[in-house]
Design a protein around this ligand. Structure first.
Ligand code: MTE
Ligand code: MO
Length: 263
């Protein structure tokens, strides 16, 4: 990677400055934010939006996350969050070693489709050794293999109105009296079509373990760990995620984390 990488920390400085000038100058030159934001939304959320805009503007859409060599894989990928889903749908599939699994892809597409694991494994594959950074402060280098999400999106033909990809997951990250809360995530189409964004079915040269998201999890290598949905059951193309769950685009986002978690 070039010597010009800008870290998230430096961005947050830039975007905090941008956010305060936004407050002073009003929303004049940021009308695209004004359409979605209202007065109640916090400055932090604007700062996150600006982090996103600034990162896109300064770094461009195409830069690749750093890749490592096999000798830099020091330990297994540390499982985090859900590690053993107990929803009936998941346990049923797990019992049969995911032979009946099908990834559903729908929403704003011309041809909704579903794919078996074998079909996904027979598509063009990409393998990459990358570092996973969890917001809790730990990192792991691991090798991931799978089909580029861009390839899957091309099969179903994404409609022009689509802006985001939503990943729905099998795992009940919360088990409450009122029912299970399922994990979900989302990204924009720039990250969805990025060459390192893959639907991974293998990790460190073996089938993806249950603890790390079997049978399929997404890798979005330029963002933090919580964006990388495990146990993906379906993919939906949408023009807004305002009406999904808490409306912020992900399980952790609904609980206050940034939607754009660029590293
Ligand atoms: N479905 C689902 N995906 C998830 C999570 C989760 O709890 N459920 N946790 C997230 C978080 S916070 C991290 S750090 C990574 C952990 O991935 P790993 O268990 O393979 O290390 O998965 C992310 N994706
Ligand atoms: Mo995480």
């Amino acid at each position: 990677m070039g010597g010009n990488r800008i870290t998230r920390r430096r961005f947050l400085g830039v975007s905090a400055a941008a956010a305060s000038s936004l407050t002073l100058a009003g929303c004049g030159q940021f009308d695209f934010l004004g359409q979605r934001d209202n007065e109640v939304r916090g400055v932090l959320e604007r700062a996150n939006d600006l982090t996103y805009r600034v990162q896109r503007a300064l770094l461009g859409d195409d830069w690749l996350a750093r890749e490592f060599s096999a000798s830099e894989i020091r330990q297994g990928q540390r499982p985090n969050g859900s590690t053993d889903p107990t929803t009936p749908e998941y346990m049923f599939l797990q019992q049969r070693n995911f032979a009946d699994y099908r990834l559903e892809v729908g929403g704003l597409v011309d041809t909704p489709m579903s794919f078996s694991l074998e079909e996904l494994r027979n598509m063009p594959q990409r393998t990459q050794i990358t570092r996973h950074d969890c917001v809790e402060g730990w990192s792991c280098i691991a090798k991931w293999s799978g089909v580029p999400l861009a390839h899957v999106l091309d099969q179903v033909r994404v409609r022009p109105q689509a802006r985001y990809v939503v990943f729905r997951c099998f795992d009940n990250i919360e088990r409450g009296l009122t029912g299970d809360v399922l994990y979900y995530e989302s990204c924009d189409l720039i990250d969805a079509r990025h060459p390192q964004t893959i639907l991974a079915h293998a990790m460190n040269d073996a089938a993806l373990p249950v603890a790390n998201g079997a049978p399929l999890r997404v890798r979005i290598e330029r963002q933090l760990g919580y964006k990388m949905a495990k146990y993906v059951s379906s993919i939906e193309l949408v023009d807004s995620f305002a009406d999904i769950a808490g409306g912020k685009g992900g399980y952790w986002e609904d609980r206050g984390y940034d939607w754009y978690a660029g590293i």
